[in-house]
Ligand binder design. Structure first.
Ligand code: NAD
Length: 379
């Protein structure tokens, strides 16, 4: 790829934005990081110096003048409006999680993606965690039989992240702990939906009450039960407040032929039991299956940095999709399948756990002007 046909990339948000640098370095033959924007001047300048970024922008709109692809690593309430502004200008969008914070935002985002000549992907990285990639491949090969139950947990005590040193609230104070439900769902749900190849159709969410930090609207632990289109049951546990060491990449699954249990703590390991293959009634280390089932692409070149080495892959796979003209790994519909159950969990928990329908974003009509039907969805 020549210099002139390389994708010009901009990063928006100078903290999490750093998580994309290793992946961009691996893609230096196809993409150049050329611009950065963060509303705090010192942050964007420091980011530019550290990462050798030439164009330091004073506004988001200014950044869009210089790029073909924008990485949105801004606080979550900005993802949808910034994605729409970029898509309207034909600029590809890789958005941090979640894709949207309300149903209205989700509908508007679908409309913008459908109208745009550019591509959209949500950067849900936990599906790229080594263990999750191995399990996904084992599921595809049928080793667990037919799946019927899965669990995902995001337990991350973040009390110090909710206020600034001067006592002012950060964005997390409202968007993550100022609402009640599963306000950050995609890390737990994303890998499950990829394994199950399914989507959630209804959710029931309940909580423990407020005990350790009662000023927040979010209850200490919230539990979500989700029924999928294919009739499977999923359970998510979400906790940003309880006093305990972090454990935010726990998963399990159960199928007719086997079960998987991620490491529960740093003192345990990921294990599987495969009926008829594993010794009777015994767990085996998942690692035993890594050589055969970890896809070749994800063995190569991954910088094993943050989040268990998963951070490099969303941008790398998105660039691959843009260059090859294929559908991105987590397109707008997959992104909203991972995002909407969290949004609807707030309606459920407000009704004491009542089951709430989760809409299929493939049927959203905002900005389209035609009505889809069950037989003729728009996607
Ligand atoms: N996928 C992951 O593993 C992962 C990990 C951490 C954070 N995140 C997501 O990344 C996003 C950012 O999180 P963070 O940890 O960097 O938060 P943070 O609060 O540490 O930093 C946010 C940064 O964004 C800047 N910002 C504020 N408003 C902005 C705007 N309108 N446009 C651009 N930048 C703006 C702030 O000045 C700050 O530098 C969130 O949506 C979060 O959910 C994802």
């Amino acid at each position: 790829m020549s210099e002139s046909t390389k994708l010009r990339v901009g990063i928006v948000g100078a903290v999490r934005g750093g998580g994309f640098i290793a992946g961009l370095r691996e893609e230096s033959e196809r993409a150049d990081l050329v611009a950065v924007y963060d509303p705090i001047p010192a942050s964007r300048e420091a980011f530019a110096t550290t990462n050798e970024v030439e164009i330091i922008c004073e506004s988001f709109e200014q950044l869009l003048d210089h790029v073909d692809l924008v990485i949105l690593a801004s606080p979550q309430q900005h993802h949808t409006p910034q994605a729409i502004a970029a898509l309207e200008r034909g600029i590809h969008v890789l958005s941090e999680v979640p894709a949207a914070v309300s149903l209205d935002q989700a509908q508007a985002l679908v409309g913008a993606v459908r109208h745009s000549s550019a591509m959209y992907m949500m950067s849900e990285n936990y599906g790229y965690i080594r263990e999750n990639l191995i399990v996904r491949e084992m599921v595809r090969e049928g080793l667990f039989g037919s799946l019927y139950y899965g669990e995902g947990e995001y337990l991350h005590e973040m009390k110090s992240w909710h206020t600034l040193p001067d006592g002012n609230p950060t964005w997390r104070h409202f968007w993550q702990v100022g609402r009640d439900g599963i306000t950050y769902p995609t890390h737990s749900l994303g890998p499950l939906l990829q394994w199950f190849d399914d989507r959630v159709v209804s959710v029931s969410c309940v909580g423990t009450g407020r005990h350790t930090d009662i000023e927040h609207e979010l209850q200490d632990t919230t539990i979500l039960l989700a029924r999928t289109l294919k009739g499977r049951l999923l359970r998510l546990r979400f906790d940003l407040l309880s006093n305990r060491p972090e454990l935010y990449a726990y998963y399990s699954l159960q199928g007719t032929e086997g079960a998987y249990e991620a490491a529960r703590t740093t003192r345990s390991e990921a294990v599987v039991h495969l009926h008829g293959r594993s010794p009777e009634n015994e767990w085996e280390p998942l690692e035993k299956y890594a050589d055969r089932f970890l896809p070749a692409r994800y063995r190569l070149g991954a910088a094993a940095e943050t989040h268990w080495g998963s951070d490099s892959w969303p941008i790398r796979d998105f660039i691959e999709a843009i260059v090859s003209g294929t559908t991105p790994e987590i397109d707008i519909y997959a992104a909203l399948d991972m995002t909407l159950p969290g949004i609807l969990s707030e309606a459920s928990i407000a009704q004491n756990g009542a089951w709430v329908h989760v809409p299929n974003p493939r049927f959203f009509t905002a900005g389209i002007g035609v009505e889809p039907s069950r037989e003729a969805p728009l996607a």
